[in-house]
Design a binder for this molecule. Structure first.
Ligand code: CTP
Ligand code: CA
Length: 225
């Protein structure tokens, strides 16, 4: 169900927001994933809805749904890409908060893999598509927000990703800190945009960080309207 708000700077605009770590199946009882809680993506969905936008929330996790968000549950990186591709043309923008697994098992076993005592199990992994970079290649009017999760050389790595993903905004996140990034309710980020100075936001709750970023997205998207 999509609820439309009567006010807000993003009224009439539609966003795709991804949230959570992707799950890459190995066999009927096992998968590979990562530490992402999905909280940042859900906070973005909430903040966009507060500004009057409509939101498709493409999620791998089960968190309380922000009122008015249309949730599409996915599991793997590939299924996340397909869900985004189906909706990309109609979207004003994409907020790619999901932690997409970089690799997936090369084969999904039909039956549970049995242990063979005394022998190491060697898994072969293949690279997943870069979801946001694939969309970024074909973007027309879409405003793309990508993230960078780093443990070192935050800004240098984030600068490379801003270009590689063809993003309009890159949210750089130092996940080595105890109060920012994976699992916790607070975040400290730096905003990078092409051609302008970086902006460091103060440590705050994920919802307030999302609100600050959405305010800047709205300013960019409504410039000259
Ligand atoms: N991303 C994606 N598809 C992937 C991997 C990442 O769309 N296969 C997106 C993430 O959702 C995030 C951005 O790309 O918005 C950066 O993700 P990150 O893991 O920080 O960077 P990578 O490009 O995967 O590089 P690396 O993990 O090697 O640092
Ligand atoms: Ca990655």
């Amino acid at each position: 169900m999509r609820l439309r708000q009567r006010s807000g700077r993003l009224q009439g605009k539609h966003f795709l927001v991804t949230a959570g770590g992707t799950r890459e199946e190995l066999d009927p009882v096992r998968y590979i994933t990562n530490r992402s809680s999905g909280k940042m993506g859900y906070a973005f969905a909430q903040a966009l809805l507060e500004q009057g936008a409509s939101v498709d929330l493409i999620s791998t996790v089960d968190l309380p749904v922000p009122v008015g968000a249309n949730v599409i549950q996915v599991k793997s990186a590939e299924s996340m890409l397909w869900a985004l591709q189906d909706r990309f043309d109609e979207a004003t923008g994409v907020v790619m908060a999901a932690a997409v697994a970089d690799y997936r098992p090369a084969h999904i076993a039909d039956q549970k893999i049995k242990k063979e005592s005394g022998a190491p199990l060697i898994l072969k992994l293949v690279e997943n598509p870069d979801v946001i970079a694939s969309l970024g290649k074909f973007k027309q009017h879409q405003y793309i927000v990508a993230f960078a999760a780093e443990t070192n050389d935050l800004i240098a790595h984030a600068q490379v990703k801003l270009q590689k993903k063809n993003a309009d905004m890159l949210i750089a996140n130092d996940v080595s800190q105890h109060d920012a990034g994976f699992g916790v309710d607070t975040n400290r980020v730096t905003i990078l945009k092409p051609g302008v100075a970086n902006e460091v936001l103060a440590l705050d709750s994920k919802i307030n960080v999302a609100r600050e970023i959405v305010r800047r997205m709205a300013a960019d998207l409504t410039e000259g309207e």
